[in-house]
Design a protein around this ligand. Structure first.
Ligand code: T3D
Length: 280
């Protein structure tokens, strides 16, 4: 058996996990290939998000990328991904089980992000392409560096948008732009992404992490339960008629009104002091 020394060949983990107060910061860490997703990265990312969901002391999550990219989507060279079980079926031969890859990795990832009990911020530091772009768009807030861009790269390799793209894009920017972005695969600069409502904000590159942390800190001090239920209510209302949405609001508000956070929020307001929310 060959032993490798720590100094010569210890591989960098494809995901870095850090804690700062109530915030968890996840950094996609394969900068040489623009943090494209490998099976190994997926193997760390979903459990890290699950750990954040399970840990009541985490009240906001930031996801960013190492180096000059955010995430270039699926690593198209990762042999472990050519069949979901790493069975070696070749993409070149046109027989890769891409559906199984999506089922195994991208579906649970998108679902996990969209149902987190705390807000998730994508701090998009560079190009976000393919599933990397849609992974960012799954997050509650997308803050992008001015030099960043978004690319629905799928059509260029003969695929359709995944990781939630077909659902997210028309809801964020309308059908015409969704079709345009998805069919052309054109690069959308961050400023333009903000202008058309695809993302929350575009900020100067040097300000990205400071602004993401400030936003995360602010959200962490709010009622996590109210924020998670707000996300759910807005998503649920999208396919409803007005009466349906009003009905659901009344039902959810009924539950929220019985919660400790509502009692604390009102008590703090009346006492003219900052609220201390604990529910999650
Ligand atoms: O099984 C399945 O496939 C199902 C899942 C599908 C989900 C998807 O995400 S499909 C979409 C996959 N992503 C792409 O098609 C994007 C491919 N990348 C690009 O088009 C370009 O790299 C970018 C437009 C994102 C950035 O361009 P640029 O010029 O800034 O950088 P670059 O030189 O192309 O890339 C830098 C390096 O990263 C380069 O490696 P090298 O030559 O320096 O050794 C490049 O090969 C590598 N890289 C970039 N994207 C990927 C990648 N390597 C593997 N997979 C990638 N997706």
């Amino acid at each position: 058996m060959t032993q490798t020394t720590a100094s010569s060949s210890v591989a960098e983990p494809p995901l870095l996990v850090a804690r700062q107060g109530a915030m968890m910061i996840l950094t996609l860490n394969r900068p040489a290939s623009l943090n494209s997703f490998t099976a190994a990265m997926h193997g760390l990312l979903l459990p890290a998000l699950q750990a954040a969901a399970d840990d009541a002391s985490v009240r906001a999550v930031i996801i960013t990328g190492a180096g000059r990219g955010f995430c270039a989507g699926q690593d198209l060279a990762d042999p472990a991904m050519s069949g979901a079980g790493g069975d070696g079926r070749s993409k070149d031969a046109g027989n890769a089980d891409v559906g199984a890859v999506v089922e195994r990795f991208y579906k649970p990832l998108a679902e996990r992000v969209r149902t987190m009990p705390v807000p998730v911020i994508a701090a998009v530091n560079g190009v976000a392409a393919g599933a990397g772009a849609n992974f960012a768009l799954c997050c509650d807030f997308v803050l992008a560096a001015r030099s960043a861009s978004f690319i629905q790269a799928f059509s260029k390799i003969g695929l359709i948008p995944d990781c939630g793209g077909t659902w997210l894009l028309p809801r964020l920017v309308g059908r015409a732009r969704a079709i345009g972005l998805a069919m052309t695969g054109d690069k959308l600069p961050a400023e333009e992404a903000e202008r058309i409502g695809l993302i929350w904000k575009c900020v100067d590159d040097a300000q990205l992490m400071d602004q993401a942390m400030t936003l995360a800190q602010r959200l962490a001090a709010m009622s996590s339960k109210a924020l998670a239920e707000t996300r759910l209510a807005i998503d649920a209302a999208l396919p409803m008629d007005f009466a349906g949405a009003l009905g659901r609001e009344a039902e959810v508000q009924g539950r929220m009104g019985c919660g400790a956070d509502f009692a604390e929020g009102v008590a703090a307001f009346l006492a003219k002091r900052p609220a201390v929310f604990k529910d999650r």
